[in-house]
Design a protein around this ligand. Structure first.
Ligand SMILES: *Cc1c(COP(=O)(O)O)cnc(C)c1O
Length: 384
């Protein structure tokens, strides 16, 4: 059996090595390292793939979130509602801009931001909602957009984990993750579903004016050379990364299909295990049927109900199976983001999930033998 990896970047690279190597060498030869034609080509191709009017590449997914918030003109003191159960980048940029993060609980089935909790957290100071499409599946965007409309709020989708996923509306209509809110951010960190070989990120929007504002912000607030109209940042995707991303974008649907295939095999093996909760989709969609493309499984995350999650992590590691706990501490209990207004009672789901979740190896190169070994090791341990 091949050695099991949490993410197999080498196996994936080996299959596209010739194309990547020659493309990278072309960029080196061109010397157009920053804002070269490859960045523009990738931007156009990603706009077409997503069906969105504007993609603005930038340096990483954290910058993308920050720049999206700057572009919307959010001001210190404005409240921004986001999920308690996510990677810290989301709340970090809210705090950095001196906006007030308002963390709320998540849904125990989808792990995504809880719609009722959003409603309860809205105050006259609320200006925006940041749903995070956690682990590869969209938050309940239809309900979130409705709330935003009623309360005149912006919606910023943190799409770092769900690129390529399709959101299905209750009437069956579909839209790509990251094209539904007013603006969205994504990350091209190597282990993401569309990852480059360094850091990278992008902002998406259908709003022409916002796109214009953001194009200036990423480039020192310049709209005309050496005229600095607003305070900006320096956040760029380089041409080498763009060349690599363009090659991988053509394969993104295949990569996501491979992830779903692995997830289906996992789910099949774990079905009927009463101490294990397998990931499922929202009510309109199981997330894992053959034709469905709403979940792109950035992570394959189980809940272990018998209190043996930490022992399972140890057992898997001892058996050569890498795994992860995303995320072990709720954001509302992180030192940097403590807020006396929070009440533990409002975070019952997140507080439970941090004790139960475990993410198994998930990438495009998993094979049947590896999945059989992983699933039988988990099942034997959980029932021991
Ligand atoms: C990875 C990630 C980010 C940050 O992306 P970077 O490119 O690492 O800055 C933000 N939000 C979520 C949910 C992520 O998973």
């Amino acid at each position: 059996m091949k050695k099991i990896q949490m993410v197999d970047l080498k196996g994936q690279y080996t299959k596209i090595k010739e194309e990547v190597d020659s493309s990278v060498l072309e960029v080196l030869d061109s010397t157009a390292y920053i804002n070269g034609p490859r960045v523009h080509e990738f931007q156009k191709n990603l706009e077409t793939y997503l069906g969105v009017k504007h993609v603005i590449p930038c340096a990483n997914g954290t910058d993308a979130l920050q720049i999206a918030m700057m572009g919307l003109g959010l001001k210190p003191g404005d409240e921004v509602i986001t999920a308690d159960f996510t990677f810290a980048a989301t709340v970090e940029v809210i705090a950095l801009l001196q906006l007030t993060p308002v963390l709320v609980d998540v849904d125990p089935v989808t792990f995504n931001i809880d719609v009722e909790a959003i409603k309860n957290a809205i105050t006259p100071k609320t200006k925006a909602i940041v749903p995070v499409h956690l682990f590869g599946m969209c938050a309940n965007m239809e309900a979130i957009m409705q709330i935003a409309k009623e309360h005149n709020l912006y919606v910023i989708e943190d799409n770092a984990q769900a690129i390529g996923s399709n959101y299905t509306y209750s009437n069956g209509k579909k839209a790509k993750a990251g094209t539904i809110g007013h603006v969205a951010s994504t990350s091209f960190f190597p282990s993401k579903n569309l990852g480059c070989y360094g850091d990278g990120g992008a902002i998406f929007t259908n709003d022409d004016d916002l796109a214009h504002t953001i194009r200036g912000i990423v480039n020192h607030g310049m709209y005309e050379r050496y005229h600095h109209d607003v305070v900006g940042v320096n956040s760029r995707l380089d041409s080498v990364q763009a060349a690599i991303l363009d090659i991988k974008l053509k394969r993104l649907d295949d990569y996501n299909t491979a992830r779903r295939k692995a997830a289906r095999a996992y789910n099949h093996a774990f079905a009927g295990q009463d101490q294990i909760v397998i990931p499922t989709g929202r009510d309109v969609c199981s997330g894992i049927c053959d034709t469905c493309d709403c979940h792109v499984f950035h992570q394959y995350t189980l809940r272990i109900l018998n209190g043996k999650r930490d022992e399972l992590v140890k057992h898997l590691n001892e058996n050569g199976i890498p795994c992860g706990v995303y995320y072990p501490i709720p954001l509302h209990r992180q030192k940097a983001y403590l807020d006396e207004r929070y009440n533990e009672r409002d975070f019952s789901v997140t507080n439970q999930l941090v004790k139960e979740v475990i993410s198994l190896p998930m990438h495009t190169e998993l094979d049947a033998e590896q999945i059989e070994f992983i699933t039988s090791t988990v099942i034997n341990f959980v029932n021991s």
